[in-house]
Design a protein around this ligand. Structure first.
Ligand code: LFC
Ligand code: MG
Length: 436
């Protein structure tokens, strides 16, 4: 059956999370978790749902960019899109006028992610499979045909990518069964947002520990004495054998990052995340080198613009953990490129999640990574944040601190229509009350 895209909508949906300091960090002190939410409808009435993640103000700008891209989607047949997905990715990311707005970065790239996420969702739904399963079952040749290798062939060629995927076919079935049974390991960031009090932090950490969490991420970077106290509290509560990560959200200069994190090294963090500007590849390399001697890795990716930046981070040995993001990069297509490059450079992928919908989306990508690419769980885990899942029709499921593979067809980013209507900005009930 052919599916022609005949309708396209995008809405500005915002959740007032800043009121309780959920999601707060050293740079984003009052985030309202938000999304530009896309619905595409075909003449066969199948729909695809997609989103990109934002922090409140400016979501309207992303919505505007999505609208600018919509003309490239309406009227197309799904079969034609996925028959040449690399071409379609290029059509969106390299439109000869709109690419001036990026290229492949910033608002226009967030918009590309929202649109393509909806297309992937539509594809998986028409195949009756959750997205991870669609990817896992896909012929390796078709997987590579979805990737735009432009600008990365000096690090990973199409042939090398194919070779990685072919090698990982061995034992794939076994890994899929393992995932279905046990799930993919996760860590939690929900206990220690920067704006939380020590009391909150202790309570949340105690609760999380009781529910089986063993890996915790703490926000740092605003005040060194606060950081020492908060890291000390968590390390004390979780004991020496469990895992602690710290995240500065780009707060420092390079030398400041090295000295600050050295002061926190007694708490034995596995990684420091986003120590400095997300664009400073050589800065990250310097930090990696300095902190490597203390056994602390550098993680980044939630604001890494595209596969070209990831390529250079990997080439420069500037990251020890690659944090792919389902809504920052150009959807599944570009994430596939980064997952394969990370494998070649032997750097573990530990996805960024949280926000609104990021856990729902990225779980599919990390399952694919394990089953069809890396076959490795050492030092690998996917972020989990316990907010806003109730607004999704198929929320992420966590059991014993593991993501359980989604079973419903699609990419898990359909929101409850009632939630969308209520949180639409500025006319939804939630915002009307606040603005009034
Ligand atoms: C503003 C956001 O909540 C960030 O703080 C968040 O994405 C964070 O960096 C994370 O790693 O989860
Ligand atoms: Mg982070």
């Amino acid at each position: 059956m052919l599916h022609r895209i005949v309708d396209f909508s995008v809405r500005d949906v915002r959740f007032p999370t800043s009121a309780e300091q959920h999601g707060s960090d050293a740079m984003h002190t009052d985030p309202d978790y938000s999304a530009a939410y896309v619905v595409i409808t075909t003449d066969s009435k199948v729909q695809g749902f997609g989103l990109t993640f934002t922090l409140g103000k400016g979501t309207d700008i992303v919505v505007c960019a999505v609208k600018a891209l919509s003309g490239l989607v309406i009227g197309k047949f799904l079969q034609d899109i996925v028959g040449d997905f690399r071409g379609f990715y290029r059509l969106l990311s390299s439109d000869s006028q709109m690419r001036w707005l990026g290229p492949e970065k910033g608002v226009i790239h967030l918009a590309t992610a929202a649109v393509l996420n909806a297309v992937w969702d539509l594809w998986a739904r028409t195949e009756g499979k959750p997205l991870w399963k669609l990817l896992v079952d896909m012929d390796p040749k078709q997987i590579v045909s979805c990737i735009d290798f432009r600008y990365i062939t000096d690090a990973l060629t199409e042939e090398e990518a194919l070779d990685i995927l072919m090698k990982a076919q061995e034992d794939k079935q076994h890994r899929e069964e393992q995932m279905l049974k046990k799930g993919y390991p996760a860590y939690t960031t929900s206990c220690a947002w920067l704006g939380y009090t020590d009391e909150q932090l202790k309570q949340l950490c105690t609760d999380a520990f009781k529910s089986g969490w063993t890996k915790f991420k703490v926000k740092v970077g605003a005040d060194i004495e606060d950081d020492k106290r908060r890291c000390g509290l968590i390390r004390h509560m979780i004991g020496p054998q469990n895992t602690l990560m710290i995240d500065a959200n780009q707060r420092w200069d390079v030398s400041e990052a090295i000295s600050w994190v050295s002061e926190l090294s007694e708490f034995r963090p596995l990684w420091i995340e986003e120590p400095t500007s997300p664009d400073d590849i050589l800065g990250h390399a310097a930090i990696s080198k300095a902190l490597g001697t203390l056994g602390i890795g550098v993680a980044s990716g939630e604001q890494c613009q595209n596969r070209v930046m990831f390529k250079q981070f990997l080439q420069a040995a500037a990251l020890q953990f690659v944090q792919i993001d389902s809504c920052r990069l150009g959807s599944v297509n570009e994430n596939l490129a980064v997952i394969l490059m990370a494998h070649k450079f032997r750097v573990p992928v530990c996805p960024h999640a949280g926000g609104v919908g990021l856990c729902e989306l990225v779980q599919h990508l990390i399952l694919f990574d394990y089953i069809s690419v890396s076959a490795d769980l050492h030092n690998r885990m996917c972020e989990y944040v316990d907010h806003l899942h109730e607004h999704f029709t198929c929320p992420a499921i966590i059991e014993k601190a593991h993501y359980m593979p989604p079973k419903n067809p699609g990419y898990s980013c359909e929101m409850l229509e009632s939630s969308v209507v209520k949180h639409q900005y500025p006319d939804g009930e939630v915002w009307r009350k606040k603005i009034a």
